[in-house]
Design a protein around this ligand. Structure first.
Ligand code: B1M
Length: 213
């Protein structure tokens, strides 16, 4: 669909003004939020990532593309988070210490909200102590951690160890995800679950909350 390609191009070029407008246009022409998300927004960021890896673009261009992606995502947010029901449980989510990537984490948070969960979002660069503090303050059933850098993945393990140290590990299920994270990594650090994308992360958290996983 041409309009999806146009949205993708606008995000890649970092046009934070026109990208959301085009998303609105696509929605009113009957294209689903899910299609726009997967085939335009996420697709655009993977092109950006590829170009960045190949040194065709640099951090400033990635940053402005991310800004446009976020602006476009804001248009989809009310649809993705739409839920008519009372929250069925609580999740504390954050991007781990040292890591500033939050687009995927925000998407996971939106999908979880849409799945009927209350989400406490701690933001980015979240230290293990901060996760522990949030568990004490909010008593969630699930702690969800995101990491986009191979160098910050170990901080997921450090956070699990800190939860253990503070006697909180048995009170929560820990799920992890993010581009470099794999199921076997999740197992190796003692996480309870791994999800490859935002929709399955929401599904998994819901199962844990309902005690069926
Ligand atoms: Co960064 N960056 N970045 N970056 N960046 C990557 C991740 C990279 C793969 C690019 C590349 O080289 N191809 C590379 C990491 C290499 C590695 O370690 N393997 C990289 C690098 C190197 C860096 C810097 C070190 C660059 C530098 O400064 N020299 C630096 C680090 C800063 C830091 O964090 N300390 C850096 C900075 C940045 C920006 C700030 C410019 C910007 C982030 C802006 C922001 O997030 N607010 C940025 C961006 C945008 C990217 C890419 C291009 C796109 C990431 C993204 O938003 N994707 C990325 C390349 C890529 O991923 N292809 C790249 C879209 C998003 C929807 O996908 O986040 O993967 P993603 O989330 C997915 C799944 O992973 C999953 O669900 C989502 C989809 O449904 N998911 C979960 C995510 N969290 C989950 C949690 C779950 C379950 C699923 O359970 C809890």
């Amino acid at each position: 669909m041409e309009i999806l390609n146009e949205i993708s191009q606008l995000i890649q070029k970092g046009n934070a003004k026109l990208a959301p407008e085009k998303v609105k246009e696509a929605l009113s022409s009957g294209i689903s939020a899910e299609t726009i998300l997967n085939d335009a927004l996420i697709q655009a960021m993977s092109v950006v990532g590829e170009k960045f890896k190949n040194n065709e673009i640099y951090v400033p261009e990635v940053l402005i593309a991310a800004r446009a992606m976020k602006a476009a995502l804001e248009v989809l947010k009310p649809i993705l988070t739409e839920t008519g029901v009372k929250p069925i449980g609580k999740v504390v989510i954050g991007t781990v210490k040292g890591d500033l990537h939050d687009i995927g984490k925000n998407l996971v948070a939106m999908m979880m909200t849409g799945a009927g969960l209350e989400v406490i979002d701690l933001g980015v660069d979240v230290a293990p102590e901060k996760f522990c503090e949030a568990v004490k303050n909010h008593s969630p059933q699930v702690v969800a951690m995101s990491a986009l850098l191979t160098t910050t993945m170990p901080n997921m393990k450090t956070t699990i160890e800190k939860l253990q140290e503070q006697g909180l590990r048995d009170k929560v299920k820990v799920i992890v995800g993010g581009a470099p994270v794999t199921e076997s990594f999740a197992n190796s650090i003692g996480a309870d679950g791994y999800a490859p994308d935002a929709a399955s992360a929401a599904e998994l958290a819901k199962k844990f909350v309902q005690g069926v996983a």
